[in-house]
Design a protein around this ligand. Structure first.
Ligand code: AMP
Ligand code: SF4
Length: 463
């Protein structure tokens, strides 16, 4: 398995005037999925222009750069990665010229046979410009003997394994594809242009649609490819759908636990409602007496509301978050991570002092965040601190595109519940069970679609 982890957001906009502006707003809405780099490619029908750079969306783009990205179609990417070089070569979209013209590609996910494919391509004479798995796909398309780009993409995807949500841009078309498991999310939305014609958007999360006024139509099916071509002038014209692989749904359960924004619909369901239900299930499984329930902001808020509602214990915002710091997880060294927790979170001593409190967070990865939070809560005078987590212990790393550390760093993979409790310094520690997590997702229906939950049970669907 590759150790190159890439956790990102992608967007594609088709048949909309100034498509790059919509991609920009969509990437802004999905900033939480990747803060390291951002990029947009746009086509005016004759040529593709690309701008990409390290940094946040608002830093990477300004009015003059967006003006250079002209045309009615565009794709974009936010990069989230702790591995690899801080180089423009590692940013997406990847652009290439090949025998059929020009193409740009943006990828969310992680390919599991990337090393083998790359070695084969290099032995055949290919020259790579980056460490990205994604570059394999470009080479496979360029080398494919098939005539049309559609068939070349299919040909390339038949040779790769792993998780991907992809958007391709050619000078006149756009393609969107999800792997056969549907591991990474990808939704389709519609935009009515000022002249009444139809535009389309595909994005990792539907919060992108809300910002630009697009209407959610549906998720792409696992193994489905959408082909956008021509102009959509009629209301009933829809992009061509090709089921290129037999669907074997294994949606990433961790999107619901942590990654997606609560206002997004992911895998057809609202994330906030599921997170709240996770708190309700947590309260059913672990009910104790305490003075208040406090979320770790923002990751534990929805679950804490659910816990409070089910248990009857009052909800308090006992920890205040400084929103201008960025995510702690992306810091490379342990000490920097610890400092960042303090920079980010500050307890309200006036309501915590002398109280027995339940702290709710979504997950424990290394345990560093939790340990620091318990420490600052003790300093603020809490009498007793119970840490309740609204997902099961994270015991296995993700190889499908979520940036998790090596198994040796996953505290719950290497220590008993009691050892973890002792390390983080809580008076008690409890996790939601895996069946409780599944119940939270299916609380309002019987549609038990398949989920990947390998980070909680170690059952990898692709090796
Ligand atoms: P840790 O201190 O390593 O246990 O980090 C746990 C915190 O990181 C939790 O509050 C989560 O909200 C958050 N978290 C969980 N998984 C990830 C991830 N893959 N990337 C970034 N943050 C994460
Ligand atoms: Fe998602 Fe976990 Fe599966 Fe990775 S291993 S795809 S994080 S459920």
């Amino acid at each position: 398995m590759e150790d190159w982890n890439e956790k990102c957001a992608i967007v594609g906009v088709y048949n909309v005037p100034n498509a790059s502006i919509l991609s920009y707003y969509a990437l802004f809405a999905m900033q939480h999925r990747g803060q390291e780099a951002s990029g947009i490619s746009a086509s005016n029908g004759k040529k593709i222009a690309t701008h990409k750079q390290m940094g946040l969306v608002t830093k990477v783009f300004d009015a003059p750069t967006l003006k250079k990205l002209q045309g009615n179609s565009s794709i974009g990417h936010n990069r989230y990665s702790t591995a690899g070089e801080d180089s423009i070569d590692e940013c997406q979209p990847i652009f290439a010229r090949y025998s059929l013209g020009e193409m740009a590609l943006a990828h969310n996910g992680n390919l599991t046979n990337a090393k083998e494919v790359r070695t084969r391509l290099i032995e055949d004479g290919a020259i790579f410009q980056s460490h990205l798995d994604t570059e394999n796909i470009i080479h496979l398309i360029a080398k494919s003997p098939k005539k049309s780009l559609t068939n070349r993409i299919v040909d390339a995807l038949e040779q790769i394994q792993g998780a991907y949500a992809l958007v391709f841009l050619s000078r006149t078309k756009m393609f969107a594809v999800r792997d056969r498991y549907g591991l990474r999310p990808l939704s389709l939305g519609q935009i009515t242009n000022p002249d009444g014609s139809m535009g389309y958007i595909v994005a990792s999360e539907t919060c992108a649609f809300d910002l630009i006024g697009a209407t959610y139509i549906r998720d792409l099916a696992p193994g489905e490819m959408l082909v956008f071509e021509g102009a959509y002038s009629q209301h009933n014209t829809t992009p061509k759908s090709l089921q290129i692989f037999t669907p074997q749904p294994k949606f990433c359960i961790f999107e619901y636990v942590y990654f997606a924004r609560p206002d997004s619909k992911v895998f057809g369901k609202n994330v906030y409602e599921i997170r709240k239900q996770m708190g309700i299930e947590l309260a059913k499984e672990h009910k104790i007496q305490a003075d208040m329930v406090i979320p770790v902001p923002d990751s534990g808020v929805a679950a804490a509301i659910g816990y409070s509602r089910e248990s009857g214990i009052p909800f308090e915002l006992g920890i205040i978050r400084n929103h201008y710091v960025g995510r702690t997880f992306i810091e490379p060294t342990q000490s920097a991570r610890e400092l960042k927790v303090k920079l980010k979170l500050n307890p309200i001593a006036a309501i915590i002092a002398g109280k027995e409190i339940i702290i709710i967070d979504d997950s424990i990865v290394r345990g560093t965040t939790s340990k620091q939070i318990i420490k600052i809560l003790r300093q603020a005078g809490a009498k007793k601190i119970h840490l309740f987590i609204s997902s099961p212990p994270t015991i296995s790393p993700c190889y499908y595109g979520v940036d998790t550390p090596d198994v040796s760093e996953l505290i719950c993979a290497n220590h008993s519940l009691e050892e973890v409790r002792d390390f983080i310094g809580a008076d008690s520690l409890a996790f939601l069970s895996l069946s409780g997590l599944q119940k939270s997702i299916h609380h309002d229906d019987d549609n038990h679609q398949g989920f990947c939950q390998a980070c909680f049970d170690g059952n990898y669907i692709i090796t």
